[in-house]
Design a protein around this ligand. Structure first.
Ligand SMILES: Cc1ncc(COP(=O)(O)O)c(C=O)c1O
Length: 479
């Protein structure tokens, strides 16, 4: 076992500092990275080296630096997380103050001030009568919590058969067994089968890949896609379906915004069949689309919101579920309780980080900033449509996907081997080498995902576009 010294980072003038090398080797030898193919970090065995593990050591605003002193634009806010940007000392100070005052107390029959204040603040921001906040440590746990609540709620209110859930193809809802059962990404599911029974998938809202007769009629496509949910409810039997889990803008697959009328129709269907509508806003809340909660951006009121990530802008882990008064009602009196919880759920230091983070949102008007600048971000990215490789640019707010295609006219996509060569063999590394941290993803068709900190504006949009343009122009030669 080797021990990496706990040293303070300072910029390195040399490209491969001994410490950089040593850290990368220690990472390669001891760190198990998430969703990561480790073979790319191994010696190739032909005298050449595999990639060394990229190590990010510092962040300031929308910029990050690696252990070799290279600077990057953080065009993915870490992982759709760092909404107020890096290096906010006031959040760090609030966390330190909280750790000094009360480092930890659980929410198991006791409460602490920061969790109470934050719950009250979130309830005031949430739409409708979504007034009850249950804290977790992340998005997957929030989704897991929502499914469990839906099941128990119906058991307590005389509909014990309502246990099943519906979600969309290629959607990602997290990795706990329940959340993974809701996840519609086949390769993420297969290694862990059997999963939780009773989770069914319906089409997503990718209009670029919609049935041909619906591609040019957004309203008709929205109606069609929403009606697939009703079809699934009726097929399974409404008495057996508890909830539908939908992201406001689906991330996985490359940013699918809801077509006009979609959520209006979904709400109607859920009401007609007494099925709960869960808005999984793990990514979309806290300004990513432009409002505190993205259901407000699209004009619907869900029964439950699940969220995480931007609530603290990543300064500490925190997730949560906000449930409507109706769902809390059976737990308000008598002996009923929700037998569910997490030691770290609503951690005082995380709640302090969230409060300081939300103060920044208010003081700097970040949501208005996103609303004002999103159209420019979109039109800047749409300039890339002149490239042969770029088939579609889609998204909302500060959240975009750029779909890469083999043939623009036919929208033909890449086969697995081509996608592997393009994304893993070239794009991921080339984007990073060009100073752009973002994500080349092929959980659906190949896309580049962008979700920068909400603080950036037109100058940075141009910088992102020009770096993307250079890399995608070069990528055309690798197709
Ligand atoms: C929509 C959605 N739900 C759930 C999750 C899982 O969140 P976590 O990784 O915090 O468990 C994610 C993560 O990206 C997500 O995007």
């Amino acid at each position: 076992m080797s021990i990496v010294p706990d040293e303070v980072w300072e910029p390195a003038s040399d490209q491969r500092t001994p410490r950089g090398t040593r850290l990368a080797e220690a990472a390669r030898d001891h760190l198990w990275m998430h969703f990561t193919r480790h073979s790319v970090f191994e010696d190739r065995g032909d005298g050449g080296l595999g990639h060394s593990v990229p190590i990010i050591v510092r962040g300031e605003g929308h910029r990050i630096w690696d252990d070799r002193g290279q600077e990057y634009i953080d065009a993915l806010a870490g992982l759709f997380v760092t909404n107020v940007g890096h290096g906010r000392t006031e959040i760090a100070d609030a966390m330190a103050a909280q750790a000094r005052e009360l480092a930890f107390f659980p929410l198991w029959s006791y409460a602490h001030p920061r969790a109470i204040e934050l719950a009250e603040r979130l309830a005031a921001e949430a739409p409708g009568d979504l007034n009850r906040v249950f804290f977790t440590t992340g998005g997957g746990e929030a989704v897991e919590t929502a499914w469990k609540l839906a099941k128990q709620y119906f058991k307590l209110t005389g509909k014990p058969g309502k246990t099943k859930v519906i979600s969309r193809q290629i959607a990602y809802h997290g990795t706990p067994h329940g959340a993974l059962s809701l996840t519609g990404i086949t390769p993420a599911r297969i290694p862990f089968e059997p999963l939780v029974p009773g989770a069914f998938k319906v089409p997503n809202t990718n209009i670029y890949r919609a049935p041909e007769h619906l591609r040019d009629d957004e309203k008709a496509f929205g109606r069609w896609a929403a009606d697939r949910i009703e079809e699934a409810i009726l097929f399974e039997g409404a008495d057996s379906v508890a909830a539908v889990f939908l992201e406001p803008v689906q991330n996985s697959g490359g940013c699918f915004p809801p077509p006009a009328g979609y959520f209006e129709r979904v709400r109607e269907i859920c009401d007609a069949h007494d099925v709960l509508l869960v808005s999984d806003e793990t990514i979309c809340a806290f300004g990513r689309i432009g409002s505190m909660f993205a259901c407000d951006d699209f004009g619907y009121v869900p029964d439950i919101i699940t969220t995480a990530k931007g609530i603290t802008s990543g300064y500490a882990p925190l997730g949560l579920m906000i449930a409507s008064d109706r769902l809390f009602e059976p737990f308000r009196t008598g002996l009923n309780f929700f037998p569910h919880g997490y030691t770290w759920g609503g951690h005082p230091v995380s709640c302090a980080a969230a409060m300081a983070n939300l103060d920044i949102f208010e003081r700097e008007g970040l949501n208005d900033h996103v609303k004002a600048n999103a159209p420019t971000f979109r039109t800047t990215l749409e300039r890339l449509l002149d490239l042969q490789l770029v088939g579609d640019v889609r998204g909302a707010g500060y959240f975009y996907g750029i779909e890469l295609v083999k043939d623009k006219a036919t929208r033909a996509t890449f086969d697995d081997a081509e996608s592997e060569r393009l994304l893993r063999g070239f794009l991921s590394k080339a984007l990073f080498d060009a100073g752009l941290y973002c994500r080349a993803d092929d959980r659906g068709d190949p896309v580049i995902q962008l979700a920068p900190p909400l603080t950036i504006g037109p100058a940075e949009f141009d910088e992102i576009e020009s770096r993307l343009r250079a890399v995608l122009t070069e990528a055309q030669r690798h197709v």
